[in-house]
Design a protein around this ligand. Sequence first.
Ligand code: LMR
Length: 388
Amino acid sequence: MFERLSRQPDDPLLALIGIFKADPRPDKVDLGVGVYRDEAGNSPIFRAVKAAERSIWESQSSKAYVAPEGDQAFLDLLWSMVGGTASPVHAAGVQTPGGSGALRLAADLIRQAGTGKIWLGLPSWPNHAGIFAAAGLEIETYPYFDVSSQTLQIDSMLEALQRAQAGDAVLLHASCHNPTGAPLSAEDWTRITAVITARGLVPLIDSAYQGFGAGFDGDVVGLRAMVAAVPEALVAVSCSKSFGLYRERTGALFATASAEAAAATARSNLVAIARTSYSMPPDHGSAIVKTILGTPELYDDWRSELDSMRERLTALRHSFAAALGERWSNSIAIGRQEGMFSVLPLTPAEVMSLREKHAVYMPTSGRINIAGLKLADVTRVAGLFRAL
Ligand code: LMR
């Protein structure tokens, strides 16, 4: 049987992890996969995560199954964090293996509901299209961002969405857009919500970077307003970045609706889909998140560590944009973008030349992980881009 299979290429983003590791050059720079790094280049475990793990180790008395939807206490606390404590909607949550697991579950639900089509902004996280296609969805695209001028294309986006049919799903990023870092303003969210409502579309909002952009609540302001305004929405949440739990695969999918019965029906479908896929979600990461969100001292400590990460990213952005100067038209916008990523207008050949000659690593799309820079190194690295 295996002979009938063809060899698949490695995932280009994940492959960078190994290629970077194998490079012996001491001044190498990793601007690849989206993992937070400190000034020393490490991806530390949050203090609150360590403390929560200690407390779970001491108090947990069983590893028996929890429930098909995961841990309800975790889901309630996580929805309060993302949706807000005053959310007017009914949110039916299902715990998932990371944010990608939530996206796949959402895609399967969209397919099961008979819609079969999702609108995806360009550019987007490369795995979005892969996940939706693997679930059998038809993908339509809308313009989101022009890399050469570093500008959001909100008018073209709204124009494209006018062509969507009732019941189509629309993928949006809550904040810290991956890969462009280009945020939507409150007015943009309102305009998108108006089109979604008028055309009967269903938003699927991917929230993977809460706390890294406009602030902890600022990063979900648009999401909250949209979810409150539309009859139905799907919200995929990743805990990988905000809690630094990458390898623990912790996340959730929330189906929100103005009617409780609709949310409950959506949940029963999600649980049934999960059962035939991975049966039940892993528990360790969600137990950590539940402990942090439910313990005031740990919560405060986690928030202050997350704040300092955001501040470091902002400082790096400003100094990198300043050091690039007028390298490309509007490179200064990189300083105003949010979260870990920006996309530079580089050709694949330029990306490979930076990798080969200078040990600067990024995917060929030109996306850079700002957190992979070091303040001490910004001038040197910006100089390499300027010299291209
Ligand atoms: C990224 O975009 O680099 C991360 O979300 C990691 C991944 O899974 O691609």
